[in-house]
Design a protein around this ligand. Sequence first.
Ligand SMILES: [Zn+2]
Ligand SMILES: [Zn+2]
Ligand SMILES: [Zn+2]
Length: 421
Amino acid sequence: MSSAISKRCLEAFQTDDLYTIIGITAEEKDDLTDAKLKKAYHKKSKEWHPDRHADKHPEERVVATGKFQVIADAYRILGNPRMKAIYDTEGLLDDDNFVDTNDEVNNDQKETPEEDNSGDEAANEMAPMGSYQSEEENDEGIEYSTYEDSIDGYDSDVILPENEEFISDEEMDYSSNESDVDSPDYEIRPLLNGKTKLITFYFNDRSKCYHYYLNGDNRYYCSKCHSEKHTCCAVLLKNANGEQYIQMKNDHVCEPIDYYDDEIVTTTNFEIYQKQTGKELFIFADDDRSHFYQYYHVKQKKCYVCDQCTKNGKNTQAILNPKTGELEAEAFHQCEPQSYIPKIDASQYLIDKSNRGKPQLVVFADRFKKNCFKFHWHKKYGYYICNKKPCSIIAKLLKSSNGEKFVQMYKEHKCHPVPYE
Ligand SMILES: [Zn+2]
Ligand SMILES: [Zn+2]
Ligand SMILES: [Zn+2]
């Protein structure tokens, strides 16, 4: 009863009714045209587009991206006559029904666009993953994705199966600012999750480099540039002799980062916690557990990604080896570990209702429970926020593997406790 797609829907929207998710009412459902569906899809995906949530807290961005991807899934299915028919009769029971077959965006299809598969056309039109561009940005007439996976630690393979095939020169509609880079001035490196990233060097200085992560449109995007709202990307091409090279679009506006060798370490000094919206991983940087790196689990990437590193333009991954129970993690971080704030156990907090009847977390500041910090519940993102502005630090209710619930904070309060009454 719980297919992966269905689960994702329920997690993001508490329903697995694709029509509801994409914003089609019961009345509209019966005479649903492609245009109507597309309109509904655009509206919804705009609302949850990662670019719109780029400035938010990472948690919020993860939620937004999750919704955004589920909306894209809904559109992919409802926009495809074969899948829609199956969905309408059988629901989301079996994931296999909803795998793109002849409508994947691959080279073959790009060569024969808009033929015979009328329903798939709709799916193709949304193909440049996340390529919602606000109207103002459109004047260049260049179509490239503005959303890059590593920013949110997500990528697009839900929407567009990633295939790392070469795309032909003609498909590059780059009219200006392009340049070619031959091997060995770039490296394609494997990531822990089986995907790849691209590294290019900073002019002749091989101690500095840029990192690019693959998007669903088969281009590698510089993640640091992206976080500065600039598109700098590269595509892997082959010349007539069959030699690989990359073609770059635009110069960097970002600063390069230190070049390093990929080193994978295995560690047992970590904890995985369950939270409202998924899983969180703490990898401790020292034996006394005073510092840690915070990771989010990214289902679509099938790995954990360091939160701070993503902000600094590097997608630092970790993967749990189910056989050994050990964690395999990239050793090199583009961030500093943060101070660990000890967990607050059940004796030092309680959840009650505020004066206005809203859920509230009370964390006691002392053993005698005379003073406390109050947090209000942020329903949309599933965590608590300190009531005192500008403190606004986040507290999460987590559950450890042995089922113990506790409150975790990530920063110290800037505010002072108030008397508990
Ligand atoms: Zn850059
Ligand atoms: Zn990091
Ligand atoms: Zn506070």
